[in-house]
Design a protein around this ligand. Structure first.
Ligand code: UGA
Length: 429
């Protein structure tokens, strides 16, 4: 089928590439001309495992192309996906002006043929209704249906998540859109769940908020483990073995970050408030997440006493492993606090150093993980990169001034680290 994806960011680009991979004819649109040209030349602006190969392969096969013109894309595409950013605003709500702007632009380009406009961006409940109203206002004759089709991909495994989804949620306001949406997604061999528009939008916010809740829950239990001498990993394993609970997203650490969870949970609290419900449970999830970072910093202060002029080595800047994304990264927030208290920080991340530089300009980025250890008073692990597990830890210890190791992601084995001579602290273990 001929498809257009408006917005070539994480979601738009990965979705476009995967749709092309299963045989659809896809045009990706972006208003950033530089980005469009660079994508046309085969340069991928983000690090996402498997994406570059997929884009190159499908461009070469003639199934994937890039343009800056919404008009060109709307002219030939039966289904138009909106995948533009919905950035957070200071009051916790999301800025829907990009979605609205794209809806208006799509509207003016729709001619007499039927079009399906699909909202893929994460938006508050009732946005789809507004998109439909907007299109009708700017083009009263437009024969359209608006669909909500939220995305559940995780950064770092986006291609795999999209190619092998747990479920596909399609919220419709008319049955006419169901057939084409099923046709698009049939090649993905996943259950397709048809709902109304509002339910589909809520599924996305409620899912991300629930996953954040799981993380804050386990982080709260980790605090009890620290106070009682229990081990959070054993507790999480025991809980997770119950199929009703599940082990995923029960890894304690310094808290969740990224461009989705913090934003989505605030937006969900905000839209709930607008709809007359005070979502106190989710407010507490946010508070626990903030406290988790503070509890970690407190452990460092307790060990080092004064942070001023202390040399601290940091492993990890990205908001999680396997990505170069540093948006709302807890690692960055921890570093900013250390720097504010006068510490001298050296940092290494396998992928995120370029994107982190402007956020923490005082930090010296080093070329190799081991180099953060030189003369360090303490070393912190702030991102769950698997490759940090196999670093030459003994050699690292020898390069440090004092062997204090704070593992904010419970990535390393406590017994092994202690047997190497580290004074090792992690979260809830
Ligand atoms: C999240 C969801 O997992 C996706 O399903 C969703 O589509 C996406 O948001 C989105 O809305 O676009 P993502 O933000 O890429 O995906 O990252 P996650 O893997 O969910 O991790 C989020 C944060 O939680 C990271 O900072 C991670 O370190 C932290 N986390 C995750 C934990 O602290 N503990 C865990 O057990 C799991």
């Amino acid at each position: 089928m001929n498809l257009a994806i408006v917005g070539s960011g994480y979601v738009g680009l990965v979705t476009g590439a995967c749709f092309a991979e299963v045989g659809h004819q896809v045009i990706c649109v972006d208003n950033d001309l530089k980005k469009v040209h660079s994508l046309q030349d085969g340069h991928i602006p983000i690090y996402e495992p498997g994406l570059e190969e997929l884009v190159k392969k499908n461009v070469a096969a003639g199934r994937l192309s890039f343009t800056a013109s919404i008009g060109d894309a709307v002219a030939v595409s039966k289904v138009i996906f909106i995948a533009v950013p919905t950035p957070p605003q200071p009051d916790g709500s999301v800025d829907l002006s990009f979605v609205e702007g794209v809806a208006r632009e799509i509207a003016v380009h729709i001619k007499e043929e039927y079009r399906i406009v699909v909202d893929k961006s994460t938006v508050p409940v009732k946005t789809g209704e507004k998109v439909a109203q907007t299109i009708s206002r700017y083009n009263p004759g437009a024969d359209i249906d608006v669909v909500s089709n939220p995305e559940f991909l995780r950064e770092g495994s986006a291609v795999e998540d999209l190619m092998k989804p747990d479920r596909i949620v399609v919220g419709v306001s008319s049955n006419r859109a169901v057939g084409p949406m099923k046709e698009i997604y049939t090649p993905f061999n996943a259950p397709i769940m048809i709902t109304d528009l509002n339910s589909a939008e809520l599924i996305k916010h409620a899912s991300n908020s629930f996953l954040s809740l799981k993380i804050s829950y386990i982080n709260a239990v980790a605090a009890i483990c620290e106070a009682s001498g229990a081990n959070i990993e054993r507790v999480a394993d025991g809980m997770g073995a119950d199929k009703r609970i599940g082990r995923a997203f029960l890894n304690a650490g310094i808290g969740y970050g990224g461009s989705c969870f913090p934003k989505d949970i605030s937006a969900f609290i905000r839209i709930s408030e607008e709809l007359g419900y005070d979502f106190r449970l989710l407010k507490e999830v946010e508070t626990i997440n903030r406290d988790q970072k503070e509890r970690f910093l407190k452990k460092i202060r307790e060990a080092l006493w004064v942070l001023r002029h202390k040399k601290i080595g940091v492993l990890g800047l990205a908001f999680k492993g396997n990505t170069d994304d540093v948006r709302s990264s807890v690692a960055i927030a921890v570093i900013q606090q250390l720097v504010a208290e006068g510490a001298e920080v050296r940092a290494y991340d396998p992928k995120a150093m370029d994107k982190a530089r402007s956020l923490v300009p005082e930090v010296k980025m080093v070329a190799q993980a081991e180099d953060v250890a030189d003369g360090a008073d303490a070393l912190l692990v702030l991102t769950e990169w698997t490759e940090f597990k196999s670093l030459p830890w003994l050699a690292i210890k020898k390069r440090m001034l004092s062997p204090l190791l704070f593992d904010g992601r419970n990535l390393l084995n406590p017994d092994e680290m202690r047997s190497l001579g580290f004074t090792y602290t992690s979260v809830g273990r």
